[in-house]
Design a protein around this ligand. Sequence first.
Ligand code: NAD
Length: 309
Amino acid sequence: MGLDNTNILIIICNNLPYKYKTMELLNGNEVSKKIKIEIKEKVDFIKASGKKTPHLAAILVGGDGASMTYVAAKEKDCHEVGFDSTVLRFDASITEEELINEVIKINENPAIDGLIVQLPLPKHINEKKITETISYKKDVDGFHPMNVGLMFKGLRTFLPATPYGIVKLLEHYQIETTGKHCVIIGRSDIVGKPMSALMLQKNCTVTVVHSKTVDLPSFTREADIVIAALGIPGFLKGDMIKAGAVVVDVGITRIEDSSTKTGYKLKGDVDFDSVAPKSSWITPVPGGVGPMTRVGLLLNTLEAIELYK
Ligand code: NAD
């Protein structure tokens, strides 16, 4: 990664000048805005050439507040870039079989290019069964085993939106990845595992640590890039990273806070106050990975048109 003069702090150590790069934000809000403008330009071109407008459908089951917020945000994003969007809302009492039939109907509907099912689903519905019913050609979340396999082989396909968004963010800021040691905390199917595949493709040496890892800080302290995706607010502390590390905070946990309008605030997996001063680049929460995830989904929906139409 490049140092410019505005972000270099020179301190005198043992009578020798020593250059530290001071921390800068990996600003997901700003970068996502830029990418959305690029997507909109492509969509305008697609429309002008008489081709089909990309169309994203979302299935929302029940009335979970966070899920409703996420789906509303995805709908807003679609309108912003000129996609068509449809939200299919079902009562939490819908049976697994009924939901499978709804997914099949969308699979067979040529007007729809991408389908996401907002998780979590009610307990009586097997999430794996539902997501695997989505045609891999419309699986813009990139969760279908076919797409996971293509991704791990480095072949063109839909990439899980969060890791995809993170790669886009790192690329935007020209963060050097080749030969760097990337430590990923968390091994979930939607973040940790696919993130490891994408960072390998970016020529990183990748270590994945998780809840059963012994002496986790000994790994994170060796990392040039740390990606925290475990869902424990404030888990990564300043004494767990090396000076100058790049830190990506995936975590979003709602913490009750009566002083806010919503009654909660979002907290990341990184203890920003102790980590930021030691890092070279860091994502804020909110405004870091979250908006980039939303962009990842839009890019996949555009890709659906290019790959399968
Ligand atoms: P998950 O619960 O599926 O997986 C968590 C992972 O963390 C597991 O692999 C587990 O082994 C690991 N883990 C748990 N406790 C640990 C510990 N003490 N030490 C080390 N590892 C530990 O979660 P997920 O779906 O991968 O999401 C992780 C976090 O990222 C959550 O806060 C989630 O809300 C957030 N998230 C944010 C976005 C976004 O757009 N910003 C997208 C997806 C997930």
